[in-house]
Every structure is written in structure tokens, then in C-alpha cells.
Design a protein. Structure first.
Length: 306
């Protein structure tokens, strides 16, 4: 029985809002009030409202069930982005395994024995838990937050900041790409990565480096069998899920690279999009809500038109 009749784009805003609108018209802030849902907003965006992630910032992980496309965020974690690229360039991740799938939490992968050779990259680097707010492109979300003085979006990434301390950081929202570490602050670096697949574990913010987010293919991670060991780790090697490959898109032939676009978070179209996420005008809603939280907004991603 279908009880929820939202458009597909309204539900799958993280990485599945694919639309090829014809004759797009600009969206003004004033017009946001008459738009009813996400589909209407996206149908009226202009080409300039979308950005194409640089191939050098895209990671493509191939599983038996399909591909997972992730975008690195070097503006927040430049050294980790460089190190993860270096690991991918040397094919470090190819043939490794997903080792942990914890219900309502994370999918984690790496080398179970920690014996695989690392060539040009580093095994551990200093944590990048926050960056200075100076020079940061940041669009605030007016609804407030319990984890940070201010939250919003920076170049398509959910972020938070503390103006008094001059610090900004990426938030652990659904789909966030994090860097596993041990007890020491500088005990991570990229050989072990994870993706958030459950309710946003914001208590991890500023305690672990967030290096990016998933743009496409979350369904290949969320359906994996849950681990039965402590913290969702698989207890037997035969349970491991093999990573066929993990490449930087710039290392792939141009014709094989993901052709994705991300809605810019510094435009009037973004303001209209947030408005309809905050004020639910779909006829199904009895209460229009009137509020939204950082991790419940999502940043739409689409296949490049044409």
C-alpha cells in the first residue's frame, strides 16, 4: 500500500534526483513561495544552477552490484583528499573488502590484516577535523542546530561552523565519507574509509575527518548484509564484500567517467529548494512542518543533461 505519494526526487534528494528539464527558467526568491515541491523547483533551474564535480575529486568504487560515486572535499580535508587519491592511483583499494556494516550507522572498508603495501601514499596523516572559516563559501541554514552555532552548505556539502572559534567542519550526514582512525587523533589517513548509512551520527563531527560524500550508488551500500559481530563487523572472511576497484575518475577514460551535476548551494534556486524542503506543500501533508534540519535537506544530484 502506498501511503506516501511524494515525487521520487522529493524522497531521494541525496543522490537520485535525475531530471532533464527542457527550456529551464530561472527561479527567483519571490517565486519560491508558489512552488509546491522539489520536482517543481528542479524543473525550473538553469544550467548555471548546477556544477560538475572535477574528475580529480570523484572516486568510483565498483562492487559486484554496481558502482558507488563519491566526491572528495579538498576544501575541508586537502591532505586526506590527496592521500586518498594517491591510494587510489596505486590501486590500493582494489580487491580489498567491506568489513563492517552496522545497522543505522556505517559501512566500512579496508584491509582486514593491515598488511597491504602502501607505495606512494601514507598510512597515517594528521587529522583534519575542522578548517578556518576564512575564505569559506558558506550558505547558512536559518533553522538552527543543536550540534553547532551555525550550520549550512559549502559547495554542496553539509557543513557547520563556529564563528567565535573561527572553525568550520563537514557534518556526519547520511552519505558522508569518513576516514577511519584508531585512538590517536593522527591515526587515520585513508586506508580505512566509511560511509554513513543511517541516522546522522553528528556526535562524530570534529572527532573524525570527513573527506567527502556519496553522490550516487548509496543503494549498493545500504542493502548489504549487516555484520553480526561487535559494531557490525563481519565475523568470517567469507562474509566480506569484495571491492573490485576504486578509482579516481580522472584515471578513467573520459567516456567512462560519471556524468553528474550537483545543485549549487549559493543560488536562488537553492533557496527555493530549501524552502520547499522546509514548508511541505504537497497535498499529502496535513501539517506543513515549517522547519528543516541540516541532514534532512540533502543536495540534489542529477545526470548531466544531453
Amino acid at each position: 500500500m502506498r501511503l506516501i505519494q511524494f515525487s521520487a526526487c522529493a524522497v531521494l534528494v541525496l543522490a537520485a534526483c535525475t531530471q532533464n528539464a527542457t527550456k529551464p527558467a530561472p527561479v527567483s526568491a519571490a517565486k519560491a513561495a508558489v512552488l509546491n515541491n522539489v520536482s517543481e523547483v528542479l524543473a525550473q533551474t538553469r544550467p548555471a544552477d548546477w556544477r560538475e564535480p572535477a574528475p580529480d575529486n570523484l572516486l568510483v568504487m565498483q562492487l559486484a552490484t554496481g558502482s558507488v560515486v563519491m566526491e572528495l572535499a579538498p576544501q575541508f580535508a586537502p591532505h586526506h583528499a590527496d592521500n586518498i587519491r594517491a591510494l587510489a592511483h596505486e590501486h590500493y583499494y582494489d580487491g580489498l573488502s567491506i568489513l563492517r556494516v552496522q545497522e543505522n550507522y556505517v559501512v566500512q572498508w579496508g584491509d582486514p590484516d593491515e598488511k597491504r603495501e602502501i607505495k606512494s601514499a601514507q598510512r597515517t596523516i594528521a587529522g583534519e577535523f575542522w578548517r578556518p572559516t576564512t575564505g569559506l563559501n558558506f550558505t547558512p541554514l536559518a533553522d538552527g542546530d543543536v550540534y553547532a552555532p551555525e550550520v549550512g552548505y559549502s559547495d554542496g556539502f553539509a557543513a557547520a561552523r563556529d564563528p567565535k572559534r573561527g572553525e568550520a567542519w563537514l557534518a556526519h550526514c547520511y552519505g558522508a565519507l569518513g576516514v577511519g582512525r584508531g585512538m590517536g587523533a593522527d591515526s587515520g589517513g585513508g586506508p580505512e574509509l566509511y560511509v554513513v548509512i543511517g541516522h546522522s551520527p553528528r556526535h562524530l563531527d570534529r572527532n573524525i575527518t570527513v573527506a567527502g560524500r556519496v553522490l550516487q550508488g548509496m543503494e549498493h551500500l545500504t542493502v548489504l548484509p549487516r555484520g553480526t559481530g561487535a559494531l557490525g563487523f563481519y565475523e568470517k572472511p567469507e562474509q566480506y564484500v569484495t571491492i573490485r576497484s576504486l578509482q579516481v575518475a580522472s584515471d578513467m577514460p573520459a567516456a567512462q567517467r560519471p556524468q553528474l551535476q550537483v545543485l549549487r548551494t549559493d543560488t536562488a534556486s537553492w533557496d527555493a529548494y530549501v524552502d520547499v524542503r522546509r514548508n511541505r506543500r504537497d497535498s499529502w501533508f496535513l501539517d506543513p512542518v515549517g522547519h528543516v534540519e541540516l541532514c534532512n535537506v540533502g543536495v540534489p544530484v542529477r545526470t548531466k543533461p544531453g
